[in-house]
Design a protein around this ligand. Structure first.
Ligand SMILES: [Zn+2]
Length: 369
């Protein structure tokens, strides 16, 4: 026999002995009163019955609850399994059994491509705003303004306003987001605010004020878009000294390649960056792509003599000079992608601080077709 089992038997034996001793010592009667009645009950019966009641009541309550919870859990498990294997699932899953777990209900309805059963509440309103954001952004915003859970609603509203290039609206909304942001997320939300502030500054007519705003935003958040907009404005306003100082600090942050690639999406501003010291530290393939975008053939000539190591770039450089390959150049140039989102893996030609998947600052340089 196992040692543990021997211990168990010993323990049980001891328990029984104690139990018998307890009963033997508490056999005497005590009086129990109920209104005008008096009962004589042996003390051990009284103690044991209270102990029993003390056990049985919580046990009943908890086992009842447990049954509820475990049936809920198995519903969730079955439906998420259906969502997981949805490709192979023929019969329609009955989502209604998890309808009281609203967020999950809407997420799974999305995955299983079922139309959620709308009754008006926060989750359905949020879902409705999301589905309306492209075709009717104003209506989507109106719905979001009425949602009680302000933090996610403000963030979605900001993204919608950003997408329709209403930078002033996005900026105001982001200020509201910032008020509700938990401390740990503050720097990230602050970066979004400054980025929108930079883009919004371009709409200011007063040149001095525009530059002030750009400087402010860049001072707080140094990234490829605040950097690009600030430097190009400095150069446009012929503040060359400040510009080259800023470029130096950007090179120290290793942002020169990203800034040139941002410039490819905004060539009319990017031309100012030509012949600045940013060229010295930039990588060769990025520089070539930059020259092609701003149409600076004399610069390309120099670069074309040596390989950049990037197949696409090398092809573009050769084809740009060779008239017979003009068609090939046009096709490759048209399909050229410069950015890849590290969250959704989509590739893009043009830069944006927010990807179409609503991730901020997720685009990384990626020159490819
Ligand atoms: Zn993305």
């Amino acid at each position: 026999m196992k040692f543990v089992n021997i211990l168990k038997i010993l323990f049980l034996g001891l328990l029984i002995i104690f139990f018998i001793v307890f009963i033997a010592q508490h056999m005497y009667d005590v009086n129990v009163y109920f209104l005008t009645y008096t009962f004589k009950v042996p003390l051990f019966v009284l103690v044991l019955s209270f102990t029993f009641i003390g056990f049985i009541i919580p046990t009943l309550i908890f086992s009842f609850r447990e049954r509820n919870l475990s049936s809920k859990l198995s519903n969730i498990f079955n439906i998420s399994k259906a969502a997981f294997f949805s490709k192979y699932q023929k019969p329609k899953t009955n989502l209604d059994i998890i309808k009281d777990i609203k967020p999950l209900y809407f997420i799974l309805a999305n995955i299983l491509k079922q139309t959620p059963n709308y009754d008006t509440d926060m989750y359905s309103e949020f879902e409705k705003a999301k589905s309306l954001r492209i075709e009717n952004p104003q209506e989507a915003i109106r719905i979001l303004d009425n949602i009680e859970e302000k933090y996610p609603a403000f963030q979605l509203k900001r993204d919608i306003l950003f997408d329709i290039k209403d930078y002033q609206g996005a900026y105001d909304t982001q200020n509201q987001v910032l008020k509700l942001t938990p401390r740990s997320e503050k720097p990230y939300q602050k970066d979004i605010l400054n980025t929108i502030k930079s883009l919004n500054a371009l709409n200011i007519e007063d040149k001095t004020k525009c530059l002030d705003e750009l400087e402010d935003a860049f001072g707080d958040t140094k990234n490829e878009i605040t950097g690009f907009l600030y430097v190009s404005e400095l150069l446009a306003q012929e503040k060359t000294k400040d510009a080259s100082k800023t470029i130096d600090s950007l090179s120290q942050l290793n942002l020169q390649d990203k800034i040139l690639l941002v410039g490819c999406s905004l060539p009319e501003r990017a031309v100012y960056l030509m012949s600045t010291n940013i060229e010295k530290s930039a990588s060769k393939d990025v520089l070539s792509i930059f020259f092609i975008h701003i149409g600076a053939p004399q610069k390309i000539k120099v670069l074309a003599d040596t390989s950049t190591g990037n197949e696409v770039v090398d092809f573009l450089l050769k084809a740009y000079q060779d008239q017979s390959q003009k068609e090939g150049f046009d096709i490759v140039f048209k399909n050229l992608k410069l950015w890849k989102c590290k969250d959704c893996a989509n590739t893009f030609k043009n830069y944006s601080p927010k990807c179409s998947c609503d991730s901020w600052f997720s685009l990384e340089p990626h020159i490819s077709l």
